[in-house]
Write a protein that binds this ligand. Structure first.
Ligand code: UGA
Length: 443
C-alpha cells in the first residue's frame, strides 16, 4: 500500500519505518527541511534501538521516502497518517494548532478520495473536528472527494518502539464507517500474525482509549509511589511489598516500580489534557488529578532526602555524581526528565554536579547550556570522582552491576541516593554504603 505519514517525530518515524519494513511504500513528510535532508542520508534525529537499521534498509529498498513537499506527499497516497505533536498548553489543554494546520493542508491538496488516520494523541472529538476542517476546505475548492477518517492511537514506549509496533499487544482502530475495516485488516495483517490484534470501535471511544491507557499506567506508578512513602514511614520495605502484590495476577508486576516519579512527554501531558477536556463537560476527574499531584510530590520527596542528608540550607558547596539524564533508559529523550529537574534544583542550590548518561549527554548539554557548576562526564566512574554522593536516576543496564569498589574509592563518602531502587539494601550495607532508596529506610 502507499502510505503518507505527516510528522516525522518519534511516533511518525517509527510508524513510517515499520510500515515500510513490511513492504509498503511510505513517504514521511515533515516541514523541517533540515531534518528531512538528514533522514534521507539515514541520519536519525533521535536514538531509538533498532530504528536506524530499518530506516536505512528501507531507504535502500526504496520502500521509505522522506519529503518536505506537502502537496506531492499528500497527493501520493490514498492513506494518510497524521502523527504531528499535540503539546501541552499552559492551562493543561492540548495545543491542536499543528493538527489543524495539517487538516487545512490535506483539504487544500487532496486530489482523490482519501482515508485520513489520526495517530496523534487528541482530545475526544478532535478526529471528527479534523474531518469538518478538511471538508470545509474541499467545499471552498468546490471538490467533492470523499474523505474517511479513522482514529488509530499509538501505544509505543520510547526505547522499545520498534518492538511495540512490530508485535503490538493490540491495535485500536476507531471508525465511523465500518466499510473501512477491511483496509485496516490488510494494513495491519503483518503485525497480527500470531493472533488477531485489531480491536474496532467508534472514533470517540478510540480517542479516549489512548488517554485511559496512559492514565491507568500513570495511576499504577503513583499508587506504588504513594505506598512507598507509607512503607518507609512505617519501616516496611516497598520492594518486598511490590513483589507481594505483583504476584497477584490481577495486579501484575509491570508499572509498579517505585521511582522518583514518572517523566517523559506523555503521561503528564495526557493526564492534564484528560482533565481539561473532561472539565468542558462539567467533570472533575478525581483519580487522574491525584495521580499527577502524587507524581509532583514524589519528585520533591526524593529531592528532600538529599536536602535532609546534607542539610543543604546551611550548605557549603557539595558535589553530586548523577547517573542518568534521560527520562528512562534506551532513549536520549530528556523531556520532563526527573533527573534533569533534580540537576537544575541542585545547581540552584549552588551544588556542583558531575553528570553521565550513555545516550543523552548531547541533548542535556543543549538544554542545560554552559554552566560552570555542571561537568559532563564520559563515563559513570568519572561522574563520581570527588563527589559527596552518587545519585542514580535512570535505570540504564550499565548501572545495574557496577564496580562498587571503584565507586567507593572515587566518592568522598560512600553515599548513594537511588531513585530507581536498583540495588539490595543489605548488599549495599555489607559493601559499606549509606544507601538511600525509595520506600525503605536506610539501614
Ligand atoms: C508511555 C506509554 O507506556 C506508552 O504506551 C504510550 O504509547 C506513550 O506513553 C505515549 O503516549 O506516547 P513512554 O512515555 O515512552 O510510554 O514510557 P514509559 O515506559 O511508559 O515510562 C514513562 C515514565 O514512567 C518513565 O519516566 C518511567 O521511568 C516511569 N515508570 C515506568 C516508573 O516510574 N515506574 C514504572 O513502573 C514504570
Amino acid at each position: 500500500m502507499k502510505i503518507t505519514i505527516i510528522g516525522t517525530g518519534y511516533v511518525g518515524l517509527v510508524t513510517g519505518a515499520c510500515f515500510a519494513h513490511v513492504g509498503n511504500s511510505v513517504t514521511c513528510l515533515d516541514k523541517d527541511e533540515k531534518k528531512i535532508e538528514k533522514l534521507r542520508q539515514g541520519k536519525l534525529p533521535i536514538y531509538e534501538p533498532g530504528l536506524k537499521k530499518i530506516v536505512n534498509e528501507n531507504i535502500v529498498n526504496k520502500n521509505l521516502f522522506f519529503s518536505s513537499n506537502t502537496k506531492n506527499s499528500i497527493k501520493k497516497s490514498k492513506i494518510i497518517f497524521v502523527c504531528v505533536g499535540t503539546p501541552m498548553k499552559k492551562d493543561g489543554s492540548s495545543d491542536l494548532s499543528f493538527i489543524k494546520k495539517v487538516a487545512i493542508d490535506i483539504g487544500d491538496n487532496i486530489n482523490e478520495n482519501k482515508i485520513i488516520v489520526m495517530k496523534s494523541t487528541v482530545p475526544v472529538g478532535t478526529t471528527e473536528t479534523i474531518l469538518k476542517i478538511i471538508n470545509k476546505e474541499l467545499l471552498n475548492r468546490s471538490k467533492k472527494y470523499i474523505v474517511d477518517i479513522a482514529n488509530n492511537p499509538e501505544f509505543l514506549k520510547e526505547g522499545k518502539g520498534v518492538g511495540d509496533f512490530m508485535s503490538p499487544d493490540r491495535i485500536i482502530v476507531g471508525l465511523n464507517n465500518h466499510k473501512l475495516k477491511s483496509v485496516f485488516k490488510s494494513l495491519y495483517r503483518p503485525f497480527s500474525v500470531n493472533h488477531e490484534k485489531l480491536i474496532f470501535m467508534d472514533v470517540k471511544s478510540s480517542e479516549l482509549t489512548k488517554y485511559a491507557a496512559n492514565a491507568m499506567l500513570a495511576t499504577k506508578i503513583s499508587f506504588i509511589n504513594e505506598m512507598a512513602i507509607i512503607a518507609e514511614n512505617l519501616d516496611a520495605d516497598i520492594n518486598s511489598i511490590r513483589e507481594g502484590i505483583g504476584s497477584d495476577s490481577r495486579i501484575g508486576f509491570s508499572f509498579i516500580y517505585p521511582s522518583a516519579g514518572y517523566g517523559g512527554s506523555c503521561f503528564n501531558k495526557d493526564l492534564n489534557s484528560l482533565i481539561s477536556f473532561s472539565k468542558k463537560v462539567g467533570l472533575k476527574p478525581k483519580i487522574v488529578n491525584a495521580v499527577n499531584q502524587v507524581n509532583l510530590n514524589q519528585n520533591k520527596y526524593f529531592f528532600n532526602k538529599i536536602i535532609r542528608r546534607f542539610k543543604i540550607k546551611s550548605m557549603r558547596k557539595y558535589t553530586f555524581g548523577i547517573w542518568g539524564l534521560s527520562y528512562k533508559p534506551d532513549t536520549d529523550d530528556i523531556r520532563n526528565s526527573i533527573s534533569i529537574n533534580i540537576v537544575e534544583k541542585l545547581i540552584k542550590l549552588n551544588s556542583e554536579v558531575r553528570v553521565y548518561d550513555p545516550k543523552s549527554l548531547d541533548n542535556a548539554k543543549l538544554y542545560l547550556k554552559d554552566n560552570d557548576n555542571i561537568t559532563f562526564c564520559k563515563n559513570k566512574y568519572e561522574a563520581v570522582k570527588g563527589a559527596d554522593a552518587l545519585i542514580l536516576l535512570t535505570e540504564w543496564l550499565e548501572f545495574r552491576s557496577p564496580d562498587f569498589k571503584k565507586i567507593k574509592s572515587h566518592l568522598k563518602k560512600p553515599i548513594i541516593f537511588d531513585g530507581k531502587n536498583q540495588y539490595d539494601k543489605y548488599d549495599m550495607q555489607k559493601r559499606g554504603f549509606e544507601y538511600h532508596q525509595i520506600g525503605a529506610r536506610t539501614l
